[in-house]
Design a protein around this ligand. Structure first.
Ligand SMILES: [Zn+2]
Ligand SMILES: [Zn+2]
Length: 636
């Protein structure tokens, strides 16, 4: 018989051949590197018998599926180690997750950090023993018997269909209910580490028992594992919540509520600097600015569709109008309705299009207190939001302009690498004629192509009212963040009955593009804090220079220097405390201030400052106005 290989060729193999036999037939090196296989698109073990005409692929460490299989296999090894050390443990589930795996256990007492060490040590022994993973197949009754004393496994078995087979995997003395596949031997699982403990309700249900969850990470090589651990360490050092406190940028208060940050003067300064810079860029690019209310009557949200489709993410309340009426209001989760009402406030003609309305609009969305995360996921945030009302044939050019703006901001100004994804029409629920979808989707793709921006397609992942482009940034330590979105919308203009007069003097419905570049300004601040590890470029630093007098007799000069700098548009502070100079320098370093200006007798005499750059160190003396010019030149 023969099987089909991924390159389209056929390979003759004897009857009863396994995936491993196919690998061996292709070449001994491939057989050596094989971790698992795929038969007709389904992942299987190397021991799986192939059939005549099957499409067979070999999974090696280079395959994208390999990590998942390795991580899931590591979860089994962890479970075996727990079984050895805690013989009465009951087992929950143990899936692979992003970057690693976990397993849930019901044990007599919570695990301790020492337990974690012991479990990890036992895992290393199991790996060294190179135990084979063997697959078994049982019917439901046999499986029930096999998991005697394991109530959670039995509950899972109960939920399986009455007929059909159930697969189990055994390595050493441990057997697990599992679909597979697994690596052939525990010996292939060297690069792992147990990370942390957590409590987790069985099946995520707070009325069921709380199990002990152990998280681990596993990689294909020790080098990958080390790189991952370094990345984690680096991410921890850069954590915006930690740096936000150290740099006095913002705080959270239990009494204020979850996910509601308060921006201190320095944090507010950065946000305002970002806005002032971006506002100027947008005016230059033909945008007009609007300011719209933070709340509207529920009627607006009924027209927009939010009342029916987005309600659980919003805050609604009642207001006594004082005229005997009580109206329901909702706080805005998006800025779109306001901009739509502005467009609709006058008769519009094709000459008014494209109309680009932007707003730094603060919106509020309901998030559960458990999922809010610093500035990255908050309940209140400000979007650099814009809506472009245009004719269908203007979509392409408008999207190109937006992509140019994205490139300028993310690439030129902030130095991020970025990539694009286009989400297309959902297969199930969506509105709009086929030709509108096609025109819009083609416009987005064409715009990316003419900018030379490669994109991936997220088939069927668009909103029900139109396709979109998402831009993903890669930060200084290789993490990706989704920020900019460009969304075509067929729905809103229709719902609000928007029209414009065409050149032929007929009435038409405009297209509407929603777009944010930074996304949430506050979340973007969080990303910048982590990207720069708190050391903002000079133009965004809340304090650009500190003046450090060598002794008290230089205080007056330091103060007049600060005033001169402020007058020249440089944000400066004087460190006037009676502290040794090295303490002040250390403080400025810790605050990541771009420049330190040392002033002593020599500087007073010559009307200069001794300039220390944060990373380069001493760069010599400069006249105050010369220094101010240098700072100004660092603007984007
Ligand atoms: Zn498994
Ligand atoms: Zn919008």
């Amino acid at each position: 018989m023969s099987v089909k290989l991924p390159d389209g060729s056929e390979r003759a193999v004897p009857e009863g051949a396994t995936v491993l036999d196919v690998a061996t037939a292709i070449g001994p090196r491939l057989a050596q590197a094989a971790l698992a296989g795929s038969v007709n698109g389904t992942l299987v073990d190397l021991g799986t018998v192939v059939g005549n005409g099957d499409e067979v692929a070999i999974i090696t460490s280079k395959s994208p599926e390999a990590l998942h299989i390795v991580r899931h296999s590591a979860a089994h090894v962890m479970a075996e180690a727990v079984k050895d050390l805690f013989p009465t443990a009951k087992f929950g589930i143990g899936p692979a997750i992003e970057d690693g795996f976990y397993y849930d256990f019901d044990v007599d007492r919570p695990f301790t950090p020492e337990d974690l060490e012991a479990i990890e040590a036992r895992m290393r022994e199991i790996v060294a023993e190179e135990k084979t993973f063997t697959r078994g197949v049982l019917d439901k009754l046999e499986a029930w018997d096999a998991f005697d004393g394991q109530p959670y496994k039995r509950e899972l078995i109960e939920d399986l269909p009455e007929t059909g087979t159930i697969s189990i995997y055994t390595q050493g003395a441990f057997t697990d209910l599992c679909r597979g596949p697994h690596v052939p031997s525990t010996g292939l699982l060297g690069a792992f580490k147990l990370m942390k403990l957590a409590g987790a309700y069985w099946r995520g249900d707070s009325t069921r028992p709380m199990l002990q969850r152990i998280y681990g990470t596993a990689w294909l090589t020790q080098r990958d594992l080390d790189a991952y651990l370094t990345r984690l360490e680096e991410a921890e050092k850069r954590d915006h919540r930690k740096l936000g406190k150290e740099l006095d940028l913002f705080s959270f208060h239990e009494i204020a509520g979850a996910g509601l940050p308060l921006y201190h003067p320095k944090g507010a300064r950065i946000l305002r600097l970002l806005q002032e810079w971006l506002r100027a860029e947008l005016y230059r690019r033909g945008y007009v600015e609007a300011i719209t209310p933070h709340m509207y009557k529920a009627d607006v949200w009924k027209t927009s569709g939010h009342y029916d489709f987005y309600r659980e993410n919003m805050y609604f309340f009642e207001i006594d109008e004082g005229d005997g009426k009580v109206n329901e209001y909702g706080i805005k989760p998006m800025n779109c309705p306001g901009h739509v009402m502005i467009f609709d406030n006058d008769v519009r003609s094709y000459r008014d299009l494209p109309m680009r309305i932007f707003e730094f609009g603060t919106v509020y969305r309901h998030e559960m207190s458990g999922v809010v995360h610093g500035l990255m996921r908050a309940r209140g945030f400000t979007q650099d939001d814009a809506h472009i009302f245009c004719a269908p044939n203007q979509v392409h050019d408008e999207v190109i302009k937006m992509l140019e703006l994205v490139d300028y901001i993310m690439g030129d100004v902030f130095g991020f690498e970025y990539s694009a994804e286009i989400s297309t029409r959902p297969t199930e629920k969506s509105i709009g004629a086929d030709d509108m979808w096609e025109l819009a989707t083609k416009s987005l793709m064409g715009a990316c192509e003419s900018r030379g921006l490669a994109y991936e397609i997220n088939e069927g992942d668009g909103a029900f009212y139109g396709p979109k482009i998402d831009i993903k940034l890669k930060d200084a330590i290789g993490r990706t963040w989704q920020c900019s979105t460009i969304q075509v919308d067929f729905n809103f203009p229709e719902r609000f009955g928007l029209t414009y007069r065409t050149a032929e003097n007929s009435e038409a419905v405009p297209f509407m593009l929603h777009r944010t570049i930074l996304g949430s300004m506050e979340r973007f601040l969080g990303i910048l804090i982590e990207h720069y590890a708190g050391a903002f470029p000079t133009w965004l630093a809340p304090v650009q220079a500190v003046v450090i007098p060598i002794s008290d007799r230089h205080l007056d000069y330091a103060e007049s220097t600060r005033r001169d700098l402020e007058a020249a548009g440089v944000r400066a502070e004087v460190y006037a405390e009676n502290e040794p100079m090295r303490v002040k320098i250390a403080k400025a370093q810790q605050q990541k201030v771009p420049y330190m200006l040392i002033v002593g007798d020599k500087e007073v005499e010559s009307g200069a400052v001794g300039v220390r750059e944060r990373t380069a160190g001493d760069i010599g003396a400069m006249a105050v106005d010369e220094f101010a010019k240098r700072v100004q030149s660092e603007k984007p």
